[in-house]
Design a binder for this molecule. Sequence first.
Ligand code: BYC
Length: 316
Amino acid sequence: MSDTAILEQQFQQKIDDELRIEPKDWMPETYRQTLIRQISQHAHSEVVGMLPEGNWITRAPSLRRKAVLLAKVQDEAGHGLYLYSAAETLGVTRDQMVEKLHDGTAKYSSIFNYPTLTWADMGAIGWLVDGAAIMNQVPLCRCSYGPYSRAMIRVCKEESFHQRQGFEIMLTLSNGTPAQRKMAQDALNRFWWPALMMFGPNDAESPHSQQSMKWKIKRFSNDELRQKFVDVTVEQAKILGLTVPDPDLKWNEERGHYDFGEINWDEFWNVVKGNGPCNRERLETRRNAWENGEWVRQAATAYAAKQAAAKEQKVA
Ligand code: BYC
């Protein structure tokens, strides 16, 4: 057996024994690259994900709603920071990751390429998008890579608050005037299918799943998580008195799960490839933010250098 084969065997054994892989441990290059891809794309999703909601902070209907939404959007920025930091432990810099987002080579979640047209969309995003995120992210707290799994613990606690605030907005609207009810139903109609797409392609079409499951980066497949989400969320829609926009949705007694209709995969891949309703606008906003923030980065770097020089002088 070659040295590499022995190392690979020991590595897989560690994973099978539920031990965490830490930054300085030996790891196959493909494991490192898979994590950089997933964690950086996850971080980008958090940061781009601030845009559809940030758009509504000034238009939130009360001071309370404004404060809550502001806190939520700030949380997303924090999630981006933890995740970029986790990815940096794998030997990639934040600048390299951001560059890949800006030149379109790194992906971010398809869901953030849809517009937020009414206040009810803030409810639908919290309820459905954060709900889907929790379903996907709770298992990531047990991911085999230590820094990613630890970052996810705090992220999940905050996502849980996000999901509840969204559900509360939906509940208020559904118990409101006929116009408010209609607005809530319209938001559900527009966000339901894109929320199901967040879990990624069907297992048979998912090139990374098998290896990522073996490495315990992923603990459940895309389809398993999507099914869990449908089962939980359909019951919540009943509480809201809203209709899930899927004529094929039906409880399957034998399976003990809801059957649901076919996802429009052409729409999904179209959005993933950069041609969704808001892809260009989102990337343009991020690129502008990066350019306009140049002076902040320069000032922070200059300040850090000044502090380091002062510390050195003190030691000397
Ligand atoms: N959108 O083999 P697959 C949030 C790509 S943010 C775009 O199944 P994998 C929030 C996939 O990247 C939550 N692309 O891949 C923030 C791959 O392409 P590449 C974001 C997608 O990695 C603000 C290709 O399709 N959550 O909650 O095994 C406000 C084949 O897919 C999508 C995360 O990022 C998609 N939906 O599984 C509110 C969670 N799906 O990379 C809320 C962490 C797939 O080869 N990520 N693709 O070019 C994951 O769990 C996994 O990466 C995925 C995909 C389940 C998303």
